[in-house]
Design a protein around this ligand. Structure first.
Ligand code: SF4
Length: 98
C-alpha cells in the first residue's frame, strides 16, 4: 500500500484552477493578454498559504515558464540575481525538509 506523502502542493490555492491562467494557452500570446492572465494568476497566488514554498521550489528548479509563487519567469530571474548564495542555500535546505 502506497502512503501519500503530503507536500506543499496539497495546500495550493491553484489546485483545480484553470491551468491556462498560470501558463499561456498559446505560444503567440499578446502582451496585453499575458498581462491580464498573469494578473489573474497572481490574484490566486496572493491568497495561497504555500506561496513561499511554491516560489522557493520554482527558484530551485529554475522553472523557466509560468507564474509560480506569485511571480512570472522574468520576476523570478530578477529575484535570483538579488538573492545571495546563502539565501538560495537556505531555501534549498528548507525545501529538503518538506
Ligand atoms: S503560489 Fe500560486 S502557483 Fe504556487 S501553489 Fe499557490 S496558487 Fe499555485
Amino acid at each position: 500500500m502506497a502512503l501519500h506523502q503530503e507536500s506543499w502542493f496539497d495546500h495550493a490555492a491553484c489546485r483545480g484552477a484553470d491551468g491556462t491562467l498560470f501558463y499561456p494557452a498559446e505560444s503567440n500570446e499578446r502582451p496585453g493578454e499575458r498581462a491580464r492572465r498573469e494578473t489573474k494568476a497572481k490574484e490566486v497566488c496572493a491568497n495561497c498559504e504555500v506561496v513561499d514554498s511554491c516560489l522557493s521550489d520554482a527558484l530551485l528548479r529554475n522553472e523557466l515558464y509560468g507564474v509560480w509563487g506569485g511571480k512570472n519567469e522574468n520576476e523570478r530571474r530578477a529575484l535570483v540575481r538579488l538573492l545571495s548564495p546563502a539565501e538560495l542555500a537556505r531555501r534549498h535546505a528548507s525545501q529538503d525538509n518538506k
